[in-house]
Design a protein around this ligand. Sequence first.
Ligand SMILES: C[C@H](C(=O)O)C(=O)SCCNC(=O)CCNC(=O)[C@H](O)C(C)(C)COP(=O)(O)OP(=O)(O)OC[C@H]1O[C@@H](n2cnc3c(N)ncnc32)[C@H](O)[C@@H]1OP(=O)(O)O
Ligand SMILES: [Co+2]
Length: 133
Amino acid sequence: MKNVEHIGIAVKNFSEANGLYFRLLGVEPYKTEHVASEGVNTSFFRVGSTKIELLEGLTPDSAISKFIEKRGEGIHHIAFEVDDILAEMARLKSEGFTLLNEQPKKGADNKLVCFVHPKSATGVLIELTQEIK
Ligand SMILES: C[C@H](C(=O)O)C(=O)SCCNC(=O)CCNC(=O)[C@H](O)C(C)(C)COP(=O)(O)OP(=O)(O)OC[C@H]1O[C@@H](n2cnc3c(N)ncnc32)[C@H](O)[C@@H]1OP(=O)(O)O
Ligand SMILES: [Co+2]
């Protein structure tokens, strides 16, 4: 795995949180994107070589809404950049990690993504991301 591509943060109020992170980081988000398949709105802020992804759930059954309901706002996942997502998925599976999708799916920001169950990774939801070229 390469660098931490982004850290995902679950927020209750998307526009307020975007304003707060603008004041915190001193930069505007470089993009906001609706990801229908995940039921979320996302925004991305560049911080050095990595990014902060703010996530707002759009329906009560989205992963983000359920997370906030159970655990409140906060860090939701850590995303690692990989060159070959299929190879990395096979490697993690053989190491005993539970993958949450059997095939890579289209994530935000032009990436293929796969999630690893937090219960198999010390309570941390892990995302693999591979850039779509
Ligand atoms: C688009 C974009 C991108 O970057 O491209 C994204 O990031 S999309 C990001 C949003 N999409 C996703 O997160 C997709 C992958 N996530 C999922 O498939 C799911 O959220 C899930 C399997 C992690 C949890 O789903 P679930 O239906 O089992 O949910 P539950 O609410 O019952 O949660 C089961 C247990 O996992 C815990 N749990 C849930 N979410 C998290 C999390 N993010 N980090 C750590 N623990 C977590 C709950 O507290 C609970 O623990 P306890 O049992 O102890 O109470
Ligand atoms: Co993410």
